[in-house]
Design a protein. Structure first.
Length: 592
């Protein structure tokens, strides 16, 4: 156990210090397939200690190091970030740009993010201790419960010993999904190794001499990355994408022209945010024109159509008749709707390599046997190695079903009392009508494969705070256009919320706000929005809301500049310094 955790009771416990939401940010808004969230643990602890440096704060982390997706054991050749230089740092710690030879455009090798996070944890000091010294590594959280007004967190360590930690408050920053999703295959004498993307980097499996036939299962960016590395290693590769899923992922070029340095910077402006239908928009003639007139809707559709057109042109899905099933990789509906998983196309030769060296199948897996994958359509695929890009499972299973329900986390709807179900159905129905009235284009989405929600959605105010308990917050469990900046903005709001320095509406208004966001997400993002925690194209307006409730005027730059200028990590840093100065002036910075 880390020296900093010699006492089992804390002012604040942060769950998650290295595990990242398994997607990296793309340079085009919302082209996500691997996005950081364990970053949220580091920044949540850091921001709380900024405000209350003498507090007893600890972080519980399952892995052996900070970094999660970016830790050394996860790195592999061809692993590049989908975020860009200058946008991939915290507001109080500028990142040194990686060398040119380790960049593709404005993206760069993931090892530099690993080094940045390790350095951040080691150098951020409060009361004589660094963030890293406050982390208990190897702590697998098994249960979280409220006992007599105090939070009890039960863990097992690397030696399977049980440890109990207690805290007044908890910041859950484990990521919405951080546990590999391993399908339950029907197997019989299938001796080939099965490796999830989470373990691919540390496996070195492609160097094994007996690995000839490699099969990749999954539609998104993690699958595409592993597939690319396998092809480069000279393997015979098969790519299987389920018919029962949301379809193939979209892979957009990272060099699309914008008025800004790159697509990610463009997405961090309010003028680009205004092009999206967004329930956080304030009413005005520009929003009315773009989203309620046929001319404006045509403009929005045309702009996103250009992105789709260029992505499909480079893939040339239907122009390779000599490649069997290549056209089955074409995504639908368009990028605007975000129904599919996706990511950035880093490598210029990606599609040509797929066409030349990869066998493609759109079918579900029936069973595995004798180094063979049997598909439902009768196809048999020889397989010496099965690589899984099959996504992740919820990391919140350490909450009991009843506690999940009371906190507003996704849960079995049958756990809700009839009157509770009726209340939310009424609120969401009214909200849905308001969404489609304000944004007519969301009323009639294109045909699309759908993922059915088996649970209730998230019902957290601002996707952070439960309506029923003010002693716990959830940071970075919302999927945003820039997950790193989102983690910092949410951590700032969460600290101010704990401090009682957030201008909260009434409980009834907060319920209405939650229902509106859920209804909006389902209309705007289809399958991706079914849990009500998707905020990819809405990110700048969302941060505006958080900073507004904290009453931080320095987040805004002034008339004119606010519309066109890029919102950078340093802008959050400036706003946070304003908050700390306010605390200091009221003698509140040492109060916890």
């Amino acid at each position: 156990m880390a020296p900093s955790l010699s006492k089992p009771s804390f002012d604040v416990l942060v769950i998650g210090a290295g595990t990242l939401f398994p997607t990296l940010l793309s340079p085009i808004p919302a082209l996500t397939n691997t996005t950081p969230s364990g970053l949220a643990g580091l920044i949540s602890a850091q921001r709380y200690l900024d405000a209350h440096p003498t507090s007893n704060v600890a972080l519980l982390e399952k892995e052996a190091s900070v970094g999660g997706v970016f830790s050394k054991r996860r790195l592999y050749p061809g692993f590049y970030t989908q975020w860009t230089i200058g946008m991939s740092e915290f507001g109080d710690a500028p990142m040194k740009p990686p060398p040119e030879e380790d960049r593709i455009g404005d993206c760069y090798k993931a090892k530099y993010t690993m080094e940045y996070l390790e350095n951040y944890a080691e150098t951020k000091m409060h009361a004589g201790r660094s963030l890293k010294e406050r982390i208990a590594f190897g702590m697998d959280v098994k249960s979280v419960e409220k006992v007599g007004g105090e939070w009890h967190v039960t863990c097992t360590d690397a030696d399977e010993e049980t440890a109990l930690f207690k805290a007044e408050r908890i910041m859950v920053a484990a990521g919405e999904y951080s546990k590999p999703n391993i399908p339950a295959f029907r197997q019989s004498n299938f001796d080939a190794p099965i490796i999830h993307h989470a373990d691919f980097g540390c496996s070195d499996i492609l160097s094994a001499p007996n690995i000839t036939h490699v099969t990749v299962l999954g539609a998104g960016k993690s699958s595409a990355d592993m597939l690319y590395v396998a092809v480069k290693a000279g393997k015979k590769v098969t790519w299987i994408i389920r018919v029962s899923g949301a379809g193939p992922g979209f892979f957009a070029p990272i060099d699309l022209p914008t008025p800004y340095q790159n697509g990610l910077e463009a997405a961090q402006t309010r003028i680009m945010g205004a092009l999206q239908p967004n329930m956080l928009h304030k009413n005005g003639w520009w929003v009315w024109f773009l989203h309620q007139t046929w001319i404006g809707i045509a403009i929005v559709t045309w702009i996103f159509g250009l992105i789709d057109k260029e992505a499909k042109k480079r893939a040339n899905y239907r122009g390779r008749p000599h490649v069997k099933n290549f056209e089955k990789l074409e995504y639908d509906p368009g990028i605007f709707w975000q129904n599919n998983t996706g990511g950035a196309q880093h490598h210029a030769d990606f599609w040509d390599l797929v066409a030349a060296h990869v066998a493609i199948h759109r079918a579900d897996v029936h069973s595995l046997s004798h180094n063979t994958i049997h598909l439902h359509d009768g196809t048999r695929v020889p397989c010496d190695l099965l690589l899984l890009g099959t996504g992740w499972k919820s990391s919140l299973d350490f909450f009991s079903p009843d506690l999940s329900a009371s906190l507003g986390l996704p849960h079995d709807p049958s756990l809700d009392a009839p009157e509770t179900r009726k209340k939310w159905e009424s609120l969401e129905s009214a909200a849905d009508a308001a969404v489609t009235t304000r944004f007519p284009m969301l009323a009639s989405p294109p045909p699309h494969p759908s993922k059915r929600a088996r649970t209730t959605p998230y019902r957290l105010y601002n996707n952070i705070a439960p309506l029923s308990d003010s002693s716990i917050v959830f940071v970075n469990h919302m999927i945003a256009g820039n997950m790193l900046t989102n983690a910092e903005a949410q951590a700032m709001w969460a600290v101010a919320y704990f401090d009682g320095n957030v201008a909260l509406p009434s409980e009834a208004e907060r319920e209405k706000d939650v229902a509106t966001w859920v209804a909006y997400c389902r209309r705007r993002y289809l399958s991706s929005g079914r849990l009500g925690n998707f905020c990819v194209f809405d990110f700048v307006a969302y941060v505006d809301k958080l900073m507004g409730e904290m009453r931080l005027g320095s987040w805004w730059k002034g008339w004119g500049r606010d519309a066109w200028e890029v919102n950078r990590p340093g802008d959050l840093g400036r706003a946070w310094r304003e908050y700390l100065e306010r605390l200091k002036s009221t003698s509140g910075i040492e109060k916890r």
